[in-house]
Design a protein around this ligand. Structure first.
Ligand SMILES: *Cc1c(COP(=O)(O)O)cnc(C)c1O
Length: 494
């Protein structure tokens, strides 16, 4: 299928070609020209056969690639996951289920898409690529970076360069990146927060001189951030698959509405849930759960997006974001695809740091979304309470979703089935998880991991244990206004 830009000033192109470009020429995001329909009978059959089957069928609805190719693509993409179900659903009782998306090689939900994206990009390079190779530039709030490095490492005709906020990521997240092996990878810290890194990378994409220099170096820029349509589409699959598993388990009847509670930062994960709903999946509410950086909570509840506020560093760093890129794709839907309106809102955001949507649009949003947030103290309490009452151990991002889910249930007062989306392994955030469980401070992340394992009877994932032994090979840091210089250094050295 073709995709078009949310800002309406770029030409429509096939979705697979958009995977190469990342962002549209007019600064907008690529969106499908129409939503394909989900075939629920096929979904139920596919989900019996396993997750890769479901993922392949969803991909086929967006990308013009034959089924056999997609089927082997998804089989390979999910082969390294550490559980046979790939996306296990844990039943916590009372209608609450946890969908675990962190069983991939880097222990966060980013692997669900970033194991697929490089494979799509190779196919796109074959079909639409010129002579240049792809240089994948990525800003990370913690988990995308490692997942992109792991996904693209040693993939022919690509290289990948990651910017992360210095002091803005957890110790395990940082080590996962700085120890990354591979001939085509680079990592650099930015002296600033995630929004600085993300804005800086977006500016490089729009900078004509920089793009020309990259071309002279035999490359073109592409993105592994969730602005890339090649990340969004694979994420639709787990909403569909989990729904089908709930039907198969007799928890719901086909057609029943289910709520999904999503710990949200850049709005990529939850947007995929919205796309699944637009395709026909019976999603009732999408609950947008934020930490203290609650710009989205205010947006949904008041119709005003205002990024001019204090930035908080929280124990859920991958959600420490004030400018949620993918919201632009939802705005495009709620203004009935009126690109002039999207341009106006995005222009106001860039110039003033805020914009408002009309009351009618806000009310329409409220039909499909519910939004709330919780500060760190509630996040920690949710980790502890869930472990004590259910013997279920959660990471802080998942705990934000759990805490918001409890508040949502108390307010809405019904027990419709809900799926809490779990986005990372607790072993990525061991000092905070340990403190949440016991009140004790253990600064060393590995020591905290060892205690956590002994206390909870859960195993330390091999990808975490090995970090202690691996040499740190990527130590560069840059000022936030010189991301381009860091990229050129990387190219000169590789
Ligand atoms: C990226 C991330 C999120 C936020 O997802 P978005 O798609 O950016 O909203 C939440 N939790 C974890 C662990 C993440 O890595």
């Amino acid at each position: 299928m073709n995709v078009t830009s949310t800002r309406g000033e770029a030409k429509q192109i096939p979705a697979l070609q958009a995977v190469l470009e990342g962002i549209a020429d007019d600064g907008g995001l690529f969106v499908p020209t129409a939503f394909p329909r989900l075939d629920t009978d096929a979904l139920r059959r596919d989900s019996e056969k396993g997750y890769p089957e479901v993922a392949a069928r969803i991909l086929a609805q967006f990308f013009e690639i034959d089924h056999a190719t997609l089927r082997s693509l998804t089989a390979e993409a999910y082969a390294a996951f550490d559980v046979p179900e790939i996306v296990p659903l844990r039943n916590l009782g009372g209608g609450a289920h946890v969908m675990e998306l962190f069983h991939g090689p880097t222990l966060a939900f980013k692997d669900m898409a970033l194991q697929v994206l490089p494979r799509l990009m190779s196919l796109a390079l074959e079909k639409y690529g010129g002579r240049e190779d792809a240089l994948v530039l990525t800003a990370t709030s913690g988990d995308t970076g490692k997942a992109a490095l792991e996904g693209f490492r040693d993939v022919p005709r690509t290289s990948v360069f990651v910017f992360y906020p210095l002091d803005g990521v957890a110790e395990m997240q940082r080590l996962q990146m700085t120890t990354q092996r591979g001939a085509n990878v680079g990592v650099c810290a930015v002296k600033g927060n995630f929004d600085d890194a993300q804005t800086g990378v977006k500016q490089l994409f729009m900078d004509k001189d920089f793009n020309a220099r990259i071309r002279r170096a035999g490359r073109f820029l592409s993105s592994a951030n969730s602005i890339n349509i090649g990340r969004l589409v694979p994420q639709i699959a787990y909403y569909c698959h989990s729904y089908a598993r709930l039907v198969a388990a007799g928890e719901i009847s086909c057609g029943d509405g289910v709520d999904f509670v999503v710990p949200t930062g850049n709005f990529g994960n939850i947007l995929a849930g919205h796309y699944a709903r637009e395709m026909g999946l019976p999603v009732r509410k999408l609950v947008c759960a934020s930490n203290s950086n609650n710009v989205l909570t205010d947006f949904f509840n008041r119709g005003e997006y205002d990024a001019r506020r204090e930035f908080f560093k929280t124990m859920s760093p991958s959600m420490d974001i004030l400018v949620s890129s993918n919201l632009e794709r939802l705005l495009y839907e709620i203004c009935d695809r009126d690109c002039a309106v999207v341009r106006k809102w995005m222009g106001a955001l860039a110039e003033k740091g805020c914009y408002d949507i009309p009351a009618a649009a806000r009310e329409r949003l409220a039909e499909g979304f519910y939004a709330d947030f919780c500060p760190d103290a509630e996040t920690a309490a949710a980790i502890r309470k869930t472990f004590e009452e259910k013997k279920y151990l959660m990471d802080p991002h998942t705990a934000v979703a759990m805490a918001v889910y409890e508040k949502y249930r108390a307010r809405v007062g019904d027990a419709a089935p809900a799926v809490i989306v779990s986005t990372a392994s607790p072993y990525k955030f061991t000092p905070d998880v340990w403190r949440a469980l016991t009140g004790e401070t253990v600064a060393d992340a590995f020591e905290a991991a060892a205690r956590l394992s002994a206390f909870t009877g859960t195993a330390i994932p091999p990808g975490i244990g090995e970090l202690r032994e691996l040499p740190e090979i990527h130590g560069a840091a840059t000022e936030k206004d010189d991301l381009g210089g860091a990229v050129m250094n990387f190219l000169a050295g590789s």
